[in-house]
Design a protein around this ligand. Structure first.
Ligand code: BGC
Length: 362
């Protein structure tokens, strides 16, 4: 599509940031300004503005790779479609500003990965004033906020399910491997590596994973926990402290995501502990590196957070909203439906060593 971008200093800044991000995300994301000589809606083209909480988050960047491929496919089918991607670098005020600018520059639908999931009001107000629908994704706002306007949507997954599946997988593992209770005291000494405080997935995953194990008859003994903000390097250093404090006494690591499970693996490697003495380590996400670790056997298992399905649903919804299509006719992934005209949630799946290869090629 031809996009005439207004030559304001600010717009140039946006395009530069977007171009940098496109380089980071690979070629899949189409970067062209949403702007045009007749901005706003109604000229038949689809202009999607995407705002990310942090472009360096592994799961988000893999989701955006998939999103870019779906946009590319649509483009190859002759649809006039452009995307601009902005990184808020974990600043809510910056995200609010980006959203306003993307609207000003003619985006006719927005996909917003909130920095602070409790603070969507400014974005909602700006979008509503301009009648631009917003699809929030991955970082779930509370229901009351989503209900503020009928053109607000959420694409993500069911946090409860990820915790339950991780708990089930860990239960299955300890039942099949009684020797994993190394000190043979009948209970499993465990630590939790938690994501960002206040994130729906961190709070819920921890609680449901542990509760599921307990209700399945596993005796658990919590010997430590740490918040590592979804981050591999932070998880490594927190895990090193936990190892130093507990010696070889840790039998299970429940990590809220794969990057933190990988950080735990880094810590065991860094401390020079032989692999046969490592605890069982479970992650969530099924990122490429996470799946490789499951295949290698260093990560015991993970729960697939369907980034591809979420990207596909988000692109389809964005396209439908911006082109005035019918939500009832959307082509969502198999078995997935929109709930309450608001939510699209993709199911999680357990991934063990046998299945990891298949998920890696998704
Ligand atoms: C993912 C994490 C990611 C976070 C970002 C979660 O659903 O599991 O890996 O860091 O979302 O919001």
């Amino acid at each position: 599509m031809s996009t005439m971008v207004r030559k304001s200093k600010k717009t140039a800044g946006i395009r530069q940031a977007a171009a940098i991000l496109a380089a980071v995300l690979g070629t899949a994301v189409i970067v062209s300004g949403c702007g045009g000589t007749s901005p706003k809606k109604g000229n038949g083209s689809v202009r999607i503005g995407v705002s990310l909480y942090d472009q360096y988050d592994t799961f988000i960047s893999e989701l955006m790779d998939s999103f870019g491929s779906y946009v590319d496919t649509r483009k190859s089918e002759g649809v006039e479609i452009a995307t601009i991607v902005q990184d808020a670098s974990r600043s809510q005020p910056a995200q609010n500003e980006d959203v306003a600018e993307m609207i000003e520059n003619g985006c006719n639908v927005l996909c917003v990965n909130l920095v602070d999931r409790t603070a969507p009001t400014e974005i909602i107000d700006t979008a509503r004033k301009n009648d631009i629908p917003v699809i929030f994704f991955n970082r779930e706002l509370v229901e009351e906020d989503l209900m503020q306007w009928d053109k607000l949507y959420y694409v993500g997954a069911d946090a409860f399910q990820s915790g339950i599946l991780q708990g089930e997988m860990a239960t299955e593992y300890f039942k099949a491997h009684p020797e994993a209770d190394r000190n043979e005291d009948g209970s499993i000494q465990y630590v939790v590596l938690e994501g960002e405080a206040g994130h729906q997935d961190a709070i819920i995953r921890t609680e449901y994973s542990v509760d599921t194990m307990i209700s399945n008859g596993i005796l658990l003994d919590k010997v430590g926990y740490a918040i590592a903000n979804w981050n591999r390097a932070q998880a490594r250093s927190k895990m090193e402290q936990l190892i130093d404090g507990n010696g070889s006494g840790i039998e299970l690591v429940l990590a809220n995501n794969d990057d933190m499970a990988l950080g735990a693996i880094d810590a065991y490697q860094g401390r020079g502990i032989p692999e046969e003495e490592w605890p069982a380590i479970f992650g969530i996400d099924g990122t490429d590196t996470g799946l490789e670790a499951v295949i290698a056997g260093s990560m015991t298992g993970t729960i697939y957070n369907d980034k591809d399905g979420q990207a596909r649903a988000m692109e389809e919804l964005a396209y439908t909203l911006a082109s005035g299509g019918s939500l009832d006719k959307m082509q969502l992934p198999d078995g997935v439906a929109m709930q309450d005209n608001k939510y699209i949630r993709l199911p999680y799946e357990k991934v063990d060593r046998e299945k990891a290869e298949e998920y890696l090629s998704k």
